[in-house]
Design a protein. Structure first.
Length: 341
């Protein structure tokens, strides 16, 4: 078929693949992550991340950027995709967790991109640092956890400090990203100060450096000693909650089974039902809260006891008991249906 020289050229269909390469070792990359790099014409990334996938880059156009050039990486990816190329824009860990997914979408939206654009975008997930580091030290994330970056290059310190204080009080297991660098040395000390307001000094802490990489290093310490440890930008700091323990060199956060079951024989504890909310779950707690309030405990006393806002408790207590009874009846009916299934 002969092309008509007067026909307008077809718009090239490029693609940006935001690839999470996991901790960095090839065996911990997903099959899709390796395939995306294999099909890419161009690979863009921070110089250290490029080194981690160097064996996969033969025949590729490689664009290396430094640490503070995230927006430049996204712009370069868009320019290459606009020319019809397939681009692998790589991040360590997961591209959507402190990675390149967010900055890339910001650049795309600024450029007028929409999901209907000829440039396609695919996010390819990978294991984030908290997953990788947790796997090396035991099972510290088995219960509720969160991640906070101590980098104040783009986030005001008061915002970071409020988050640290809130999660420390709420008893989350916490993964601290970007805990310390050559210029940022005090942030980890302030994080420790805030956590010690709410946590015991002997709270377990694991510090993992370069997980699954050549210079991997793991240190177990405690909250009151963690700021003295060797911590850098390649470290992730895992701070346990009030139930986390270390035994035989493994850091474990219980899921809470001991609240309901005898861990020796698996029998259900008195007053509990297997597969059902705890007696101290929402409905049980509401019943006790009303009883305590009726017995004379004021909102301030209840707020201190449960470490919850007084206005929240006031709102809960103002709800008609009929509403709670209806909710309990619905739950009971659902349980009966489950039992019959």
């Amino acid at each position: 078929m002969t092309l008509d020289p007067h026909e307008p050229a077809a718009t090239p269909h490029g693609k940006i693949m935001l690839v999470g390469i996991g901790p960095g070792s090839e065996q911990h990359m997903t099959h899709r992550a390796r395939a995306a790099i294999a099909e890419a014409d161009v690979v863009i990334g921070y110089v250290t991340y490029i080194k981690l996938v160097a064996d996969l880059l033969e025949g590729k156009e490689v664009i290396r950027k430094s640490m503070t050039e995230e927006l430049d990486r996204a712009v370069s990816a868009l320019e290459a995709a606009r020319s019809g190329k397939k681009v692998a824009l790589i991040s360590s860990g997961d591209a959507g967790v402190y990675g390149m997914a967010g900055p890339t979408y910001e650049v795309l939206f600024q450029a007028g991109w929409t999901p209907d654009d000829t440039v396609q975008v695919e996010i390819i997930p990978g294991a984030s640092a908290l997953n990788s580091c947790a796997a090396l030290v035991g099972a510290p994330l088995t219960h509720d956890f969160c991640a906070i970056s101590l980098s104040d290059l783009l986030t005001p310190w008061p915002t970071i400090a409020r988050r640290l204080d809130a999660v420390a009080m709420a008893d989350f297991v916490v993964a601290l990203y970007n805990p310390k660098s050559g210029r940022r040395t005090r942030q980890i000390v302030e994080a420790q100060r805030l956590f010690l307001r709410h946590r015991r000094a002997d709270t377990p802490v694991a510090i993992v450096k370069s997980a699954y990489r050549r210079r991997q290093n793991i240190v177990f310490t405690t909250l009151d000693q963690m700021a003295e440890a060797d911590i850098g930008m390649l470290s992730t700091v895992l701070i346990g909650n009030s139930n986390t323990f270390v035994q035989h060199g493994l850091m474990v956060t219980p899921r809470g089974y001991a609240n309901k079951y005898d861990m020796a024989d698996g029998a259900t504890r008195e007053g509990e039902r297997a597969g059902r909310s705890l007696s101290t779950g929402l409905l049980g707690w509401l019943e006790q809260l009303r009883a305590d309030h009726a017995a004379g405990d004021d909102l301030a006393t209840l707020a201190r006891r449960h470490r919850l806002p007084a206005d929240y408790l006031a709102a809960v207590l103002s709800e008609p008991e009929e509403l709670e009874a209806s909710g309990a009846a619905q739950a009971s009916e659902a349980e009966q249906l489950e039992d019959q299934a």
